[in-house]
Design a protein around this ligand. Structure first.
Ligand code: URA
Length: 216
């Protein structure tokens, strides 16, 4: 079974984890990808944002949310009053999964499988333990499932604070519902694909405002 666990450092903070994640071979996604894209931001953040996986730009640059979805995310964070809030930004899966695409240029994103998400989760669990945020925002269905389990539905549960899962299989089960909340929303790239962009964007900002309220 795919599993990142053997690649995690036994001790050390975020820098040690970032270094070790660069060598992760816990699932086959490391093969075609350029590099591991570990989380980034303030290690002291009270707010962690979890996406799906790096995109084309992120894979090339080695940083999360630096492409079109990232621009959308940062614009919305500012509009929700979180422009100056220190955040930690990461993904459920740390390698870009793609199919080559036409003329081998624009690589087409492929959603990660449950096996790949499960394999990669020890990295996310470690990041959440080390950053120890008050609020975790799941950006889209993949992040929601990685954090809450495969039956999670973002359409049903977005925009309302949810107790942090305390069960054994959950990321960081040591964190209790009293000290951490999860807020699910859509993935920012869904805005880029939407026909009614303005309405979808407004809904995204409204969800992020709920997250901002939880930090007050
Ligand atoms: N989409 C994601 O989910 N994560 C990124 O880092 C970039 C795009």
């Amino acid at each position: 079974e795919y599993d990142a666990t053997p690649f995690l450092p036994a001790r050390g903070g975020l820098p040690a984890h970032r270094k070790a994640a660069a060598e992760c071979r816990g699932c086959p996604l490391y093969g075609p990808a350029t590099q591991t894209v570990f989380g980034q931001g303030s290690p002291e953040a009270r707010l962690v944002l979890v996406g799906e996986q790096p995109g084309d730009q992120e894979d090339r640059q080695g940083e999360p949310f630096v492409g079109p979805a990232g621009r959308m995310l940062h614009k919305a964070l500012a509009e929700a009053g979180l422009g100056d809030e220190p955040v930690w930004v990461t993904n459920a899966v740390k390698h870009f999964k793609f199919s080559p695409g036409e003329r081998n240029r624009r690589r087409i994103h492929k959603p990660p499988s449950m096996r790949e998400m499960r394999a990669c989760r020890p990295w996310l669990t470690a990041e959440l333990r080390l950053v120890d945020p008050r609020v975790v925002v799941a950006l889209g269905a993949t992040a929601g499932k990685a954090l809450m389990g495969p039956s999670f539905r973002v359409t049903a549960d977005r925009g309302t604070p949810l107790p942090w899962p305390g069960h054994q299989d959950a990321p960081d089960p040591a964190a209790t519902a009293a000290d951490r909340v999860l807020l699910a929303t859509i993935h920012p790239s869904a805005i880029l694909r939407a026909e009614d962009r303005d309405a979808v964007y407004a809904g995204f900002v409204a969800d992020l405002r709920v997250a901002a309220g939880l930090l007050e």
